[in-house]
Write a protein that binds this ligand. Structure first.
Ligand SMILES: NC(=O)c1ccc[n+]([C@@H]2O[C@H](COP(=O)([O-])OP(=O)(O)OC[C@H]3O[C@@H](n4cnc5c(N)ncnc54)[C@H](OP(=O)(O)O)[C@@H]3O)[C@@H](O)[C@H]2O)c1
Length: 249
């Protein structure tokens, strides 16, 4: 039976991922600071094991124990949208957690590579592809990088995975999932995937519902064919209905 370690499971998107995995019968281990932030039906699910703690306080050895036996590790971590969350410590929440989790995975005895899924943003570029953005967007992103620690954190986390793990790595395979502006919907809907953004995340942002991100991440974890298609890549996910009703750049 496959098992997934989820971090950021208590977040607005992480909960959707958790529900999708549990509904599909997967076993999940989730690290959460406050279990009561999870809906009760999730919290009490038989196939969920909750580890209470703050990932920022956990060292590599502890994370190696939590990752043991898991064939996938998924991060929906993100800085809380408050002044403290955006500008206070930990400034490198996502990057540090990604690095520690990857080192933890590598330190374990593994029969096959672990899937590592990182929720990121369409505002981040895949540095290995020639993703063209306008001069104006380059300037705005440069400012965000300087002024908004969470943006640089998301960029660094994705770049760490891209530059550290080649596609033939025997211990870890990765996928960086890039939604555009996140929305809250109750039900999944059709979505499209692109290897690179098809519109400006700054000046003409698309929409991606959090539930669709959860569905896509769970499907990547559960379906090896989809994983083979997107591993080592940074798919951008958009809600289809929004793209149809608006003009892409
Ligand atoms: N907003 C957008 O339109 C947009 C668009 C594209 C991508 N994104 C990215 O998507 C990601 C997730 O978005 P979301 O809306 O689902 O996030 P969210 O609801 O804010 O969830 C964030 C998760 O990270 C955890 N977390 C936050 N600060 C932490 C800390 N200091 N230590 C340990 N855990 C911490 C939270 O735990 P607690 O529940 O304990 O606080 C929660 O589980 C973010 O990286 C964001 O940059 C956002």
């Amino acid at each position: 039976m496959s098992k997934t370690l989820v971090v950021g499971a208590s977040g607005a998107t992480g909960r959707h991922l958790l529900r999708q995995l549990l509904d599909k019968g997967a076993c999940v281990r989730a690290i959460v600071r406050a279990p009561n932030r999870l809906p009760e039906d999730l919290r009490t699910a038989d196939n969920l094991e909750i580890i209470v703690g703050n990932i920022s306080d956990m060292d590599q050895q502890e994370l190696a124990r939590h990752a043991k036996g898991c064939d996938a590790v998924a991060s929906c971590l993100g800085h809380n949208l408050s002044f403290k969350g955006m500008f206070g410590a930990p400034h490198r929440l996502v990057t540090d957690a990604t690095k520690k989790l990857c080192s933890a995975i590598e330190s374990n005895e593994l029969k096959s590579p672990v899937k590592f899924l990182l929720m990121n943003t369409a505002g981040n570029r895949h540095r290995g592809l020639n993703e063209k953005i306008s001069f104006a967007q380059t300037c705005v992103i440069g400012l965000l990088r300087l002024l908004l620690p969470p943006h640089a954190d998301n960029e660094d986390a994705a770049e760490y995975l891209r530059s550290s793990f080649s596609n033939d790595n025997k211990k870890l395979q990765w996928c960086v999932i890039r939604p555009d502006s996140l929305t809250n919907e109750s039900n999944p809907s059709d979505y499209v995937l692109h290897p690179s953004p098809i519109r400006s995340a700054i000046f003409n942002a698309g929409k991606t519902s959090r539930i669709n991100v959860g569905v896509f991440m769970a499907t990547l974890i559960m379906e090896d064919d989809l994983w083979s298609e997107w591993r080592g890549r940074m798919p951008v996910i958009y809600n289809s209905d929004f793209l149809e009703s608006s003009k892409a750049i």
